[in-house]
Design a protein around this ligand. Structure first.
Ligand code: PLP
Length: 476
């Protein structure tokens, strides 16, 4: 800058200006809306896709640091860090499906994802078909149509701990030229890396185990980089030249020609994320990067603690069932041993005999567990799904998915498990003190019967133009 003395109002925004780093060991927070172009040519070059950053909605070095770390941990080709897990699902699927297309999804998924498909995607003209038994090949065969652009599952499902046979589902999806998208939030790449079993795209709510301390919301889309878009024949927006290109204008050549195996990520970042704008703060990226540094330690401890707590609950006569795949009695135990040998996760449900009234007393008497809708936190948390996350489901749907009045979902933290068990004992004492404590609640769905009903229901179609019943709305 030249030597003349600048005015106060000018100096207050320019004085002390210092760009450039000092090699800090921890990734700095680049809390900036945009990035300086050294000259005219550099601006044009960056907008043409050259090296360097332009604007934080498009990319930011703190976000890149967390993206690179997630890519490495999942074993993928690249990652886009976004503002929430919901944003990650939205971007991942909108980069695959357009109006007139369909998504085939497991019935047992996070309620917010289900709501996104049922309420929001249907209004964009994208339909959803749900599969009741995630590991039933015939049900997937029935749900995948010529319009299907993605198969969507959770590696460990919310809230009942169904473990997906990822390799089996990937085989069915690939037979039809459809990519498999896996929400790996509950498992994290420490417990399972879906790409190693044939998945094509992984998404995360980084609000949960990645951040780990309940202070930040974020999400990630990871591309495995191995799906054959050309051979599939279903993704013209990647394999043929497009009239509209978000970042870089109309193209003479297809994204696949221009970017090869990066085509999906380029489309997801430049045409979807940049346009819809679900941008995280660089501060959020920093917090997730910090959390990732202790991911394995926390997940290992939380899984071990969860097994101890689940074993304890399974011994209690007041408990009708424990949906934890780490218990040998659980139907998903063999799959959990195969896919999750280092630990079976730390979020699971259990059902108290006596229905909602008993669950309420138990829930309100706990002192160490935090009552909240969140998971993957260092602190143990508890939720009553039927009156919170699943409140807008119909009675039939609740019965089919096994979410009864007596069900409670826990997310086990890093505390001493003996303290957690003592807190749960407090809950059982409170229940024992209830007048007529052992009376059955007429409204409670018997869990075993519910599972059978759900498996028998098979794949159910929800075409894009079908009206959505208000009771089907899903909330986070
Ligand atoms: C499995 C799963 N996926 C996605 C989400 C959505 O994540 P977020 O709350 O970060 O938007 C959640 C939230 O609970 C979840 O449990």
């Amino acid at each position: 800058m030249s030597e003349e003395r600048l005015a106060f109002v000018t100096r207050q925004v320019h004085a002390g200006k210092e760009l450039g780093g000092h090699d800090p060991r921890v990734t700095p927070i680049y809390l900036t809306a945009g990035f300086v172009f050294d000259d005219f040519a550099e601006g044009a070059d960056r907008f043409a896709g050259g090296e360097g950053y332009t604007y934080t909605r498009v990319g930011n070095p703190t976000a890149t640091a967390v993206e690179d770390r997630i890519t490495d941990l999942e074993g993928g080709l690249g990652t886009i860090f976004v503002g929430s897990g919901q944003a990650a699902t939205t971007v991942a699927l909108l980069a695959l499906a357009k109006a007139g297309d369909e998504i085939a999804a497991a019935e047992a998924i996070y309620e917010g994802t289900r709501g996104l498909l049922v309420d929001n995607f249907s209004s964009f003209g994208i339909g959803a078909r749900f599969v009741a038994d995630v590991n039933d090949e015939a049900q997937w065969e029935a749900a995948i149509t010529p319009r299907t652009k993605a198969v969507f599952i959770e590696s460990i499902a919310n809230p009942r701990n169904e473990i997906a046979d990822i390799a089996l589902i990937a085989r069915v999806a690939h037979r039809h030229g459809v990519p498999l998208v896996v929400d790996n939030t509950f498992a994290t790449p420490y417990l399972v890396r879906p790409f190693e079993h044939g998945a094509d795209i992984v998404i995360h709510s980084t609000s949960k185990f990645f951040a780990g301390h309940g202070a930040v919301i974020g999400g990630a889309i990871v591309d495995g980089g191995t799906f054959d878009w050309a051979a599939s024949g279903r993704f013209a927006h990647l394999t043929t030249p497009q009239r509209v290109r978000g970042g870089h204008g109309p193209g003479e050549r297809s994204l696949l020609d221009l970017h090869g195996s990066n085509a999906y990520l380029v489309h997801a970042r430049d045409d979807i994320t940049m346009r819809l704008g679900p941008t995280p703060s660089p501060f959020s990226a920093f917090l997730v990067a910090q959390g990732l540094e202790t991911l394995s330690l926390r997940v290992e401890r939380q899984s071990a603690n969860a097994l101890r707590v689940a074993e304890f609950l399974a011994t209690r006569p007041e408990v009708e069932s424990v949906d934890y795949a780490g218990l040998p009695s659980n139907p998903y135990f063999p799959l959990a041993q195969r896919y999750l040998p280092l630990g079976q996760g730390s979020v699971f449900s259990f059902t108290l005999r006596g229905g909602e009234a008993v669950a309420r007393t138990f829930y309100d008497s706990l002192e160490l567990f935090t009552r909240m809708t969140h998971l993957g936190d260092v602190r143990s948390l508890i939720l009553h799904p039927r009156t919170t996350s699943h409140t807008h489901r119909t009675a039939e749907q609740l019965e089919a998915t096994g979410v009864g009045g007596g069900m409670l979902r826990v997310s086990i933290g890093i505390e001493d498990p003996a303290d957690l068990i003592r807190d749960l004992e407090r809950g059982f004492r409170a229940v024992a003190a209830l007048p007529g404590a052992d009376a059955e609640d007429a409204g409670a769905a018997p869990v075993g019967a519910a599972s059978a009903a759900s498996a028998a229901a098979g794949a159910s179609a929800a075409p894009a133009d079908a009206p959505t019943p208000a009771a089907d709305r899903a909330f986070a």
